[in-house]
Design a protein around this ligand. Structure first.
Ligand code: IMP
Ligand code: MG
Length: 185
């Protein structure tokens, strides 16, 4: 699976294309059941969530609207800088009567989602939930409840399917652990 991409930059495949499909269909079913009859705004965090979000929403069968935000806590490396910078692509306050489901690629320290929860509360949202494709529980610094989690993984730096290292590898159709040699360079 995906062997044409498996070169020396990757240690191993962590989530295959097949497994991603299965995860998405399970999570989408849960979302369909939970939000039936409710006003739903799906908000993807750019850039990391863009592939996951686009596959996920096509398995959601209930009405929804969507938007994106940029919330960056990582720079050109693998260590968080702490601060979170937000850019909105719709005026979120206009949507604050919606149930908002924030979609991200991975839950790591929890800093980004904790920050966003307060940010969205301040915008007047009363119903805020999170969905992440991956979760690295060992790295948690802040407690945050994420209702929909695709898969828990070990504490390894991963790339592909939206996730990057220095803006590279986002286009891979699977998720792979990055070889330490790449960021030791
Ligand atoms: P947090 O605020 O520490 O939870 O960071 C979440 C963000 O860090 C994610 O949205 C990713 O953009 C980035 N991130 C965390 N772990 C990884 C990883 O293993 N690979 C690529 N990006 C990651
Ligand atoms: Mg991200």
């Amino acid at each position: 699976m995906g062997s044409k991409y498996l070169h020396e930059d990757f240690k191993k495949i962590i989530v295959s294309e097949e497994e991603i499909k299965g995860i998405i269909s399970r999570v989408a079913n849960e979302i369909n059941a939970h939000y039936a009859g409710k006003k739903l705004l799906v908000c993807g965090i750019l850039k990391g969530a863009f592939i996951f979000m686009s596959d996920l929403i096509r398995q959601i069968t209930i009405p929804l609207e969507l938007t994106f935000i940029t919330a960056s806590s990582y720079g050109q490396g693998t260590v968080s800088r702490g601060g979170v910078k937000v850019i909105e692509y719709s005026d979120l306050e206009k949507y604050n009567h919606f149930n908002i489901l924030v979609v991200d690629d991975i839950l790591d320290s929890g800093n980004t989602l904790c920050f966003l929860k307060d940010y969205l509360k301040n915008k007047g949202f009363a119903n805020i939930e999170f969905c992440t494709l991956l979760d690295k529980p060992e790295r948690r610094e802040k407690e945050i409840y994420v209702k929909y989690i695709g898969k828990r993984i070990e504490n390894e730096f991963v790339v592909g399917y939206g996730l990057d290292y220095g803006e590279k590898y986002r286009h891979l159709p699977f998720i792979a652990a990055l070889n330490e040699k790449v960021y030791m360079k």
